[in-house]
Design a protein around this ligand. Sequence first.
Ligand code: AP5
Length: 221
Amino acid sequence: MVIILLGPPGVGKGTQGALLVEAFGWERIATGDLLRSARRDGSELGSKAQSYMDAGNLVPDELIVALVRDHLQKLASDQGVIFDGFPRTLAQAEALDGVLADVGRKVDAVVLLEAPADVLVKRLSGRWSCPQCQEVYNIHFDPPVTEGICDECGARLTQRKDDLPDTVRHRLGVYRDQTRPLVEHYEEASAPVIRIEGDRKLEHVSRAIRRSLVKQLGVGA
Ligand code: AP5
């Protein structure tokens, strides 16, 4: 299976992607996480990506496509994959189609998560994460037991620079202009687009995604 999780910032792609990995044993390729890890490592890619990410803009396509190609090449040809945060532009979608075709694969489905902008701004301004073990919290919906401290490893939690409200609103505009049009690309390419209402409790969203995948693709949980 090759599944794309598509949706605006804060809609729950990372959260739901992690749950799908647990349920189905797929590999999750999350370009935002890979870029943040490159920044932590101080790599050339990380330093090239930094200013784009902090401003809420997209990192240039050629850097992202090379990153994804590199990760895909390390996987077995029958390994299920979930893309989270990729593709985000038509050029990235076309590059992915080409990379998959080279190994006889294609996109099996797109899961489109959607929620109103005010919900997304609230979620992202409440998101805190652990710089050590990467656990994610939300002060509104899923706070740590001790304020500001990771339940898992005890490190002090931090907030992403691009989660400040003005930057979140800019990211939403970038999504609307550059990424949302990919829905039409996949509809034209005959990949099923599974629409999921993301403004519900986390477990309800998760159940809806799994049910749709089972029903439409025959995926076994
Ligand atoms: P990236 O890290 O991909 O950010 P994003 O797509 O903007 O997604 P987020 O991580 O903000 O949100 P999410 O949908 O994963 O939500 P989450 O589950 O975390 O990208 C960051 C930057 O990297 C980009 O701006 C760009 O610069 C660069 N980049 C990355 N990929 C790129 C690409 N392909 N091309 C070019 N540039 C690229 O949830 C958010 C919060 O809400 C959490 O606190 C969570 O606990 C909470 N939450 C989740 N679900 C629920 C729920 N149902 N109810 C209540 N709270 C919930």
